[in-house]
Design a protein around this ligand. Sequence first.
Ligand code: CIR
Length: 272
Amino acid sequence: MRARALAYTFRHSLGTDPTMYFTHAMCRLPADTVASGLTTAAAGAPDAQRTRAQHQAYVDILLGLGLCVTTLPAQPAFPDAHFVEDTAVLMPELAVLTNPGAPSRRGEVQSIAPIVSRFKHALRMGPEAHMDGGDVLMVDKHFFVGLTSRTNEAGVREFASAVEKFGYRVDTVEVSAGLHLKSIVNYVGRNTLILSEGCAHLPQFKGYQTLVLKPEEEYAGNTLWINDTLITPSGYPDTLRKLQTLGLPIIQTDTSEIAKMDGGLTCLSLRF
Ligand code: CIR
């Protein structure tokens, strides 16, 4: 009871909608087969052991922030399965289980569905609708959804019809560079988005303050905001300076192995 009261006080002291206050995260251990996943990066094959070490450091950060973390076993048959973010979108009222855009990743949903359903009423998408959670950026009651090679119009339509009845607004963003919307745009608290130069002037993001990434540091745009702490990949000094202007605590962590498979910080967990 006392813990719940403290959580209530904390989330309201953040000045954010309770939609954006997280108490839980779900992660999945990277498999030995991690190097067989999908990638567009030309940085060489990731090492499974180093990937697991970076993943563990990430889980430790979430635990250190007070989140209750459910860690699922590795799925060797699905080498991208530790990028759990792509399989579902969670909000206080429900979860939408996605139908990932890449055929090799669709089977990941089957194993995460019963776990997600333990926490939330979960809806499934139809076969023609495709969506990766990496394309879905939630800012309070507003979703920005990237149209990409992984998320199609039918996916957005199904998602919108599931969430609009709970008062969420859904806007689409055409993404021409990068894998997912959240590869290039993320919410970092204080009514601020961190985004690529290409997204800086999009009308959808009017009304937000912006931190515009240098092109050579675009990867660090995948900074994760959790309850007013920022988790950002190490090795991006200009982005770090920009984030510091927000005055929030910042944790840097090494994601070099994760990046070799086009992964970043948001994709390693489902937060709710
Ligand atoms: C893929 O191409 O699907 C994975 N190798 C990387 C997915 C990263 N997901 C994310 O950023 N949400």
